[in-house]
Structures are given as C-alpha cells and as structure tokens.
Design a protein around this ligand. Structure first.
Ligand code: SD4
Length: 290
C-alpha cells in the first residue's frame, strides 16, 4: 500500500506529485527526487523556500543542504553548503548512488555535481526578487528571520520500499559553511526498511544534538505508532531542554504500513496521502504541551 507525507503546507504539490508517481508504480526514491526537484527548482513555493529562491547566507550566497535515505542498510547520500545547483537532492542521490562517500560539502560537493553533469548556475540565478529583497533588508538592520523551510518527504512505494528525502537552504543569513540537521543521518532524517522513516524540521543547530529521527525509528521498532513515537521523542527533548528553552522542532514519521504521525513544539502543518483513501489531507499538528 503506497503512502506519502510531507512537512509544512508547502509540501502539498510535492505530496500530490508523489501520489501520482507512486500510484503508477514508480520507486520511492525516484518519486521523492522528482517531487522534491519541482519545489526546489520553483521560485515561489510558499513563504519559506528551498533550493532556488532559498534565503542566502550572511554573504548573500544561497547554500543548500539535502539528503536522501532509503530503508535498505547503508543507502544514504547527502550534500551540505552546496551552492549554484537548483536541485540539491538530486546531487545527494548521486552521492548515494555513484560515490563511495555519504556526505559531500561546499566546493567539493559542487565539483562532484559538475562531474555528474549538473549545471552550476551563478548565485544571481539562485536568488529571486523575494530572497534578494529579504537579504537587502537583513543587510540594513541585521535582523535575522526566523522560519522553517525544510521540505521533508517520505514515500512508501507499491513494492514496499521506503525513502525519505530532505532539502533546505538552512537558517536565513546563516554563517557561511553552517550545516544544519537536514543532511545528517538520524538528525534530519532516517529510514529503516523494517520499521519506517522519519524527517525533522526546525532549528537544526539544536535538532542535531538529539538525533530525533533515529530515536523515532527505535521507538517504532519497539512497537510505538508513528504518532506515539514522535510525541515520545518530543517529550524527551522538551524534558531535557526544559519547557522554557525548548526550540522549534517538528517531526513526521511513517511506518511500513503507511501509517503516519507527527509531533511538534510549535503548530505544524503537514500533508499526507495514502493509496487506500487516495486523497491528500493537510493536517494541523498543535504544539506539544508536556
Ligand atoms: C536547518 N532544519 O537547516 C533546517 C531548516 C530550518 O530554519 O528549519 N531552518 O536548520
């Protein structure tokens, strides 16, 4: 039974695309790559945007993080602080499929992408009017934006394979070279073909200290539902941080039956589709109250 889930309301077109591909029997990884690329390469996909149109770093350069993980052991690829490429997840896929490495960063990631035939664009091409204006405003008052722009997609295909992909331009106006949780396995994403997959969004600098996606998978392995597992992890982190210091974190998860669930420290919208109902729902997860 195929199923798909995506983080934030702006995942709606991507989840729709996943539903169309998965219904036709496409593989989970191909589907995630194709659905992600449409949003990455689109200039206007919502208030917070990934890939082309993402917010630049403090020097004005759009630097993206992306990763893909299949449920099968050792199938992971990621890029971080990659610039000039409008579809970062496709490069992460190449790292997984074509290299002996798991994570490539910065200039090395760009050189690898070039070798694999990706077109490297000028930074101006990666900026949009919206992101360029936001950067000018930042230069004027140095006030950093808060917001979440990670698109996380989980797909379970009709063949029983599960894949999770994430893509983000990270925190707006970040320090050059900053890497968030998204391209780190266990932190921004995790998949296990016996259990399911999870993806995270929020303040990556904090998220990476807790490996929340791996934790969710471990709990699902022990028999918790995706929702119970996400809630349990959020509760654990909130307890460790203290409620007043809790940072912004949203987690979505899916098990191998295609059941999904989420938990979040702030109100969080996510989109789900299952072959059984064949309708895409936008669900609002209220903020977690310990
Ligand atoms: C990151 N979790 O890089 C990602 C994206 C995000 O505000 O939510 N940024 O921290």
């Amino acid at each position: 039974m195929a199923a798909a889930v995506g983080t934030w309301a702006f995942s709606m077109p991507a989840v729709r695309k996943l539903s169309l591909l998965l219904k036709k029997g496409a593989g989970a990884t191909d589907s995630v790559q194709e659905a992600m690329a449409e949003i990455e390469n689109s200039e206007e996909t919502g208030q917070y945007i990934i890939g082309r149109g993402g917010y630049p770093n403090k020097d004005g350069l759009v630097q993206c993080d992306a990763a893909v993980m299949e449920g099968l052991p050792g199938r992971f690829g990621a890029v971080a602080a990659l610039h000039g490429i409008s579809t970062p997840l496709a490069v992460a896929r190449k790292v997984m499929d074509k290299s002996s490495h798991s994570l490539l960063v910065g200039e090395g990631a760009m050189a690898f992408a070039k070798e694999e035939g990706f077109v490297v664009e000028e930074n101006e091409q990666m900026l949009t009017q919206h992101s360029a204006d936001a950067y000018q405003e930042y230069l004027g008052n140095k006030a950093s934006l808060t917001g979440h722009d990670t698109l996380g997609l989980i797909a379970l295909d009709v063949h029983g394979n599960i894949t999770v992909g994430v893509s983000t331009s990270g925190s707006p106006f970040k320090y050059p070279g900053r890497v968030g949780d998204s391209p780190l396995p266990g932190c921004g994403l995790y998949a296990d073909h016996q259990v399911g997959a999870a993806a995270a969004t929020g303040e990556g600098d904090k998220i990476m200290c807790f490996c929340p996606c791996f934790h969710v998978i471990l709990l699902m392995k022990q028999g918790l539902s995706p929702k119970e597992a996400c809630e349990s992890v959020l509760k654990h982190i909130t307890y460790q941080m203290g409620h007043e210091n809790m940072f912004e974190l949203g987690i979505v998860a899916m098990n191998m039956k295609g059941e999904t669930g989420a938990a979040s420290s702030i109100q969080f919208t996510y989109c789900v589709w299952s072959q059984e109902n064949d309708s895409i729902e936008q669900l609002i997860q209220p903020s977690f109250q310990p």
